[in-house]
Each structure stands twice: as structure tokens, then as C-alpha cells.
Design a protein around this ligand. Structure first.
Ligand code: UDX
Ligand code: ADP
Length: 487
């Protein structure tokens, strides 16, 4: 795009439908970088919008380092959060669709295909309300060829608009988001690339111009719309595949006496492989990886490419197997039973620096341990007790400090603990299981903790964050993922 090129479609007003993990931070950064554009983030969820408008910035619905500062700078100036979906669509030159697209639970494609009912509802909402020319941008990760569905709905509206004042026309662009939670603001400020897929160059130019205010031109990639949609799914599938690969190697390391950290360092020094995304852990979580791979599997099956489908499905299968494997190791090391034993779970978020628990390995591992009858004390610095209750689908029972009265509990029980500093949660525990790599777990005082636990007490470190010497010197048994020399 030439500098100073006259834009056919100048964007003064943006409406983003969906105030979630993607919509909220993305619009905050665009607002921060483009003070002359008015941005309206709308959502049907009243509670969420109220939280975005909270005076207390600690209470924003999403925790992301750097996000609160931007909200402080822009909210009420050129960034607004409301439930006025129709009204804000009417005013917008560009509408971002940033709604959830979870895997379908029933019907055609259940368990694999994305449920597009929210996207379809948005497209219809835009079709009903848009005025003049509107550029509709797919921001949510969507199955390939979703743009076609959106276009069809919008075209129907365009062709039927009889009212002069309601004349409308549309362009559809795909602009997938590559931000990772916990680093969202940094990823948005300094993206590796911005991908814009579309058919109409003038519409592409309008969106490209917005990003070019802070992203170097050579990082803004323009493609056709299907390549853009497929590239997003494939990027997530490749990343997840790396994690499943290294996690499968961790099992081999334990069996052979190798160490997965050393293997990762050795293979990661090869420039062609690279060192990022090679940390063995309790299995990938998050809202995207599993959903996007299953989407890819569905797509491949749809086109009769069964070998392709099987290849990608194995990435998800290994991930589930790996989580089960970790749960079983914990039970085996504790003499084959965790029934009525108190276990401290450190970390419930799917990774550090986020309060998100979607698809977190902690959910599966805790459920497995509860099935075995364990008494879990679960700590996470950002995840709330009610979120954990939702995920485990079991009510918490207060037993901290009162462990003995639950000795004969028939099934596993759990309690949330907000604090770990006073070390009380470690009293009478048989084991500590580290599932999220929060910094505060790196600095635990093992010599103090061991005194409070039941010997032989165990530490299970699925994130390789403890100082192994300190743990062992304190007299604790240590199991580390992929450590063939472990206890
Ligand atoms: C991912 C993609 O990184 C991002 O580009 C896309 O837009 C959305 O999906 P996110 O789910 O936020 O982002 O987190 P990510 O940092 O990718 O981690 C995903 C999971 O993989 C986490 O559970 C994390 O703990 C795990 N992981 C990551 C590992 O186990 N090892 C690693 O080396 C890296
Ligand atoms: P993501 O991680 O993709 O951002 P989230 O679930 O965090 O997903 O956020 C999606 C948001 O979209 C939710 O807050 C939900 O209420 C909102 N949403 C879904 N459908 C609609 C709709 N038709 N109109 C407005 N908001 C919607």
C-alpha cells in the first residue's frame, strides 16, 4: 500500500461484537494506538460488560499484564463497553466478530466441528442493523469457509434492503488473532505478523491502514480469505503438535533414563527446529488448541482425507493420554492409593499469568484424583473458587485445618485456598502437585514445608519449576516430568 494512499473506506467507528479474551484486549490496543477511532465493544453478557466498566481495575473480567493500564487510558475516551449491540452496529464502519466458537456438543460434527451459532447470530444482527458500507471482520478463529456463510447472510440483507435510509453493502475480511493469553498485550503491540484475508483490496487496505499505525508494513500479510482462515487453524495445530511431541518424549525419557529438558535443549539448538514451545508440561490447555485441531480433523474428514485427519487427531489423543499418565503416576507413587490422602494442588489455570481455566490439564488431573478418593486443597493466585467449582462440577467442602473429620469421606473432596504464604495448606499433606508454572511456586521454602507434611512426602512437578536440589535436600521425594533419574 502506498503511503498517503486515499482510502476508499475511511474507518472512524469500530464496533466489536464479543467482549471476551480476544475482543477485549484487541480493541483496547487498537483504541490505544488509534485515538481518532471510536471503538464500541458490545456483548450480550451484562455481567461481563459491567466488569469491563468497573472503577476498580482489579475487577476487570480478564487478567492480562498491561491491560488495566490501557483501559485506564482509553475507557470513556475512544473505548466504550456496552450491551447496545444494535445501536453500535448501526454507527460502525467496521464490525469485528469476536464471539465464542466452541466445539459442537451435539448434532452433525459433534465433538469436532465448531459451533457457529453465535457467529451466525452476529452476522444476522449485523445484516439487520448495518447502515451504509460496513466491513465485517472475522476475528474469532473459525472453520475454513465460514466467511462464505457470513457473506451469504449479509448478501441476503443487502439484496432485500428496501428502505433508503437502511441501504447497506458489505465486505468480509478474515483477520485471525494470534495473541496468547498472559502475553496478549505484548503480542498485540509487537505481533510476529498480522494476517488479513479478503477479496476486495480496498477493504483490505482500510484494515491494513489501522494496523500500520504500529505494525511494520512487512509484517502485515495479505492473503486470500480461505488461506487466512486455514493459516490460523494450522498455526495452532503446529504449536500443539510440538507440545504433544515433547510430552510423548517425556514418557520415553522417564523409561530410558534421559532427561526431557536436556533433550529439548539439544534438539532446540537446531535452527530448523528452534527452542520455543518445547517445554514439556501437564498437557496443553487453553480455549484454542484442542478446538482448532478438532476443527482441522473435521475438515479433513469432510474432504475424505482420512490419513490427514488421523495424523492431527493423534495430537489431541496424546495430550489426553499424557494427562491420564500423570494422574496414574501420582497414585502409583503414593503406594497405589490416594483415598482420603490430602494432596495440595498448586495451580489451576491452563498456564501462568492468566485466570483462564478452559481445557486446563488441572481439570482432568484433579477429576482423576478425586475419582480415586483424594482430598484436594487447590490453590491458584488468579482463578476463583467458583470457577474451579464450575470446572470440577463438584461442590467444595471446607476441611482445611479439620482434615481428620474427613478421613472416611466416601469420595474425593476438595477445598479452595487463597493463601499459601502461611504454609498452613501443607499441614498433613502427602503430596504437592504443581500444575501451573506460577512464579510464586518457584520460591517455596521446602525446608519449612516438609516439616508440615506426612512422610514420605512427595512433590510432583509437572512444570519443571522447582529447584531439584533444594527439594531433595529438604527430605522430600521428587517426581519431575521426563526425568529418567527421578525418585
Ligand atoms: C495459543 C496460541 O499460542 C496463540 O497464538 C493463539 O492465538 C491462541 O492459542 P494460548 O492458548 O493463550 O495461545 O496459550 P499458549 O501459550 O500457546 O499455551 C497453550 C498451552 O500449551 C498451555 O497449556 C501451555 O502451558 C502449554 N505449553 C506451551 C506447553 O506445555 N509447553 C510449551 O512449551 C508451550
Ligand atoms: P474468546 O476467547 O474467543 O474471546 P470468550 O468466550 O471469552 O471467547 O468471549 C466471547 C464473548 O462473545 C462472550 O462474552 C459472549 O457473551 C459474547 N457473545 C456471544 N454471542 C454474542 C452475540 N450474538 N452478541 C454479542 N455478544 C456475543
Amino acid at each position: 500500500m502506498e503511503i498517503n494512499k486515499i482510502m476508499k473506506y475511511k474507518i472512524n467507528n469500530i464496533c466489536c461484537i464479543g467482549a471476551g479474551y480476544v475482543g477485549g484486549p484487541t480493541m483496547a490496543v487498537i483504541a490505544d494506538k488509534c485515538p481518532n477511532i471510536q471503538i464500541e465493544v458490545v456483548d450480550i453478557n451484562k455481567v461481563r460488560i459491567r466488569q469491563w466498566n468497573e472503577d476498580d481495575f482489579e475487577k476487570l473480567p480478564i487478567f492480562e499484564p498491561g491491560l488495566a493500564e490501557i483501559i485506564k487510558r482509553c475507557r470513556g475516551k475512544n473505548l466504550h463497553f456496552s450491551n447496545f449491540v444494535e445501536e453500535k452496529i448501526k454507527k460502525a464502519d467496521m464490525v469485528f466478530i469476536s464471539v465464542n466458537t466452541p466445539t459442537k456438543k451435539k448434532g452433525l460434527g459433534a465433538g469436532k466441528a465448531s459451533d457457529l451459532k453465535w457467529v451466525e447470530a452476529c452476522a444476522r444482527e449485523v445484516a439487520r442493523n448495518a447502515i451504509g458500507h460496513t466491513i465485517v471482520v472475522e476475528k474469532s478463529t473459525l472453520p475454513v469457509r465460514t466467511a462464505e456463510v457470513i457473506k451469504e447472510i449479509l448478501n441476503a440483507a443487502q439484496n432485500s434492503s428496501s428502505n433508503e435510509s437502511h441501504l447497506c453493502s458489505f465486505d468480509v475480511l478474515s483477520n485471525p488473532e494470534f495473541l496468547a493469553e498472559g502475553t496478549a498485550i505484548n503480542d498485540l503491540m509487537y505481533p510476529d505478523r498480522v494476517l488479513i484475508g479478503g477479496e476486495n483490496q480496498e477493504a483490505i487496505d482500510s484494515l491494513s491502514e489501522i494496523y500500520s499505525r504500529w505494525v511494520p508494513r512487512n509484517k502485515i500479510l495479505e492473503t486470500n480469505i480461505w488461506s487466512s482462515e486455514l493459516a490460523k487453524l494450522t498455526a495452532n495445530a503446529f504449536l500443539a503438535q510440538r507440545i504433544s511431541s515433547i510430552n510423548s518424549v517425556s514418557a520415553l525419557c522417564e523409561a530410558t533414563g534421559a532427561d526431557v529438558r536436556e533433550v529439548a535443549r539439544a534438539i532446540g539448538s537446531d535452527n530448523r527446529i528452534g527452542s520455543k514451545f518445547l517445554d514439556s508440561g501437564p498437557g496443553f490447555g487453553g480455549s484454542c488448541f484442542k478446538k482448532d485441531i478438532l476443527n482441522l480433523v473435521y475438515l479433513a474428514e469432510y474432504f475424505g482425507l482420512n490419513e490427514v485427519a488421523n495424523f492431527w487427531e493423534s495430537v489431541v489423543k496424546i495430550n489426553s493420554w499424557h494427562q491420564k499418565r500423570i494422574s496414574e503416576i501420582i497414585v502409583k507413587k503414593l503406594f497405589g492409593t490416594v483415598a482420603n490422602k490430602k494432596l495440595v494442588i498448586l495451580g489451576f489455570a491452563f498456564k501462568a499469568n492468566t485466570n483462564d481455566t478452559r481445557e486446563s490439564a488441572a481439570i482432568t488431573i484433579c477429576k482423576n484424583l478425586l475419582n480415586e478418593g483424594a482430598n484436594l486443597i487447590i490453590h491458584d493466585p488468579k482463578v476463583t473458587a467458583s470457577q474451579i467449582e464450575n470446572d470440577l462440577n463438584i461442590n467444595p467442602i471446607k476441611f482445611l485445618g479439620n482434615e481428620n473429620s474427613f478421613l472416611n469421606a466416601k469420595s474425593g473432596i476438595w477445598e479452595y485456598s487463597k493463601y499459601i504464604n502461611n504454609l498452613e495448606i501443607f499441614n498433613n499433606a502427602y503430596a504437592i502437585v504443581i500444575l501451573t508454572e506460577w512464579d510464586e511456586y518457584r520460591a517455596l521454602k521446602w525446608t519449612e514445608i516438609v516439616k508440615r507434611m506426612v512422610p514420605p512426602a512427595w512433590v510432583f512437578d509437572s512444570r519443571s519449576i522447582v529447584n531439584t536440589e533444594e527439594v531433595r535436600d529438604a527430605g522430600l521425594s521428587l517426581w519431575r516430568l521426563g526425568d529418567g533419574f527421578g525418585d
